[in-house]
Design a protein around this ligand. Sequence first.
Ligand SMILES: NC(=O)c1ccc[n+]([C@@H]2O[C@H](COP(=O)([O-])OP(=O)(O)OC[C@H]3O[C@@H](n4cnc5c(N)ncnc54)[C@H](OP(=O)(O)O)[C@@H]3O)[C@@H](O)[C@H]2O)c1
Length: 286
Amino acid sequence: MEKLILVIGSNGQLALSFKKICPKETKFLSSKELDLTNIKKINQILNFYQPKYIFNFAAYNKVDDAEKDKKNILINAEAVKEISNFCSEKDIFFLHVSTDYVFDGSIGNYCEEDNPSPINAYGSAKLKGENYIREICKKYIIIRTAWLYSNGKNNFLDAIRSQFSDQKDLKGANDIIGSPTSSDSLAEGILMVYKKMQSQSLSSGIYHFANKGRTSKLEFVRKINKLLSKKINCKERKVISVSNSDFDLKADRPYDTSLNVNKFESEFGFIIPNWNEELTKIIEKI
Ligand SMILES: NC(=O)c1ccc[n+]([C@@H]2O[C@H](COP(=O)([O-])OP(=O)(O)OC[C@H]3O[C@@H](n4cnc5c(N)ncnc54)[C@H](OP(=O)(O)O)[C@@H]3O)[C@@H](O)[C@H]2O)c1
């Protein structure tokens, strides 16, 4: 138990990807074991496990519901403050995952030094969480990622896949740009970070991690359509180009939140795959 990595989150996409490659000294906590909305109990539960590292993969990710749901601020900000206090007291490394939605999307290709300026409640709460970590923790790594998907359930690829089997036309927004990222790819990146954390040669900081390149939601859907139809051996669907406003969403979406990953690649000596080749690989696994 001496070098335990405690991962908060057990059944989410990133947690499931990390489970496949994690060191044996890893313990995953589900929301049943640690409910991040129950702020008062967080310290006591973390203390029980005596971790050497804490990786927070849990989040409130429902971007539209976040506009009104108080759980957004509790899970994405207040719980993160509590975990930060624990890590600071125990002098342990806190690795936290944040989002491209801390940016307003006006410029794209965002570097770590660019000013965050969220335009929705989810992005604001995640930024508040980041700021608590930076104020409180002595040893921390914040990894901002984007457009996370996997070959499992509850993500964008899965949503397109179910529309596929419903025989419907597919729709893709031509005015939303970003960096689609597989949770498998991010899990590999986090393992590299962990290796450097152990060698004590890692300074605290923020890093961007996304599959390389940038694309619109429309192109992303087109590519999924092509690859998935081949994989499941059926006819390609028609893909309709729409504007994001056609979806009638409650929360605003930033225009271009593509992330620049040069800092991550040079610090960790890790070449991050391009989103195109990664998507091909993930659809192969379906
Ligand atoms: N999904 C995206 O497109 C996207 C984009 C950018 C950044 N991110 C960030 O990437 C990270 C990983 O996201 P993901 O897509 O893997 O998440 P996910 O699949 O939506 O899973 C959410 C995770 O949060 C946990 N959780 C939810 N409510 C909780 C609560 N009250 N108490 C404790 N845990 C709770 C869940 O617990 P259980 O294990 O019990 O299910 C689950 O492990 C998050 O920080 C997210 O903000 C995601």
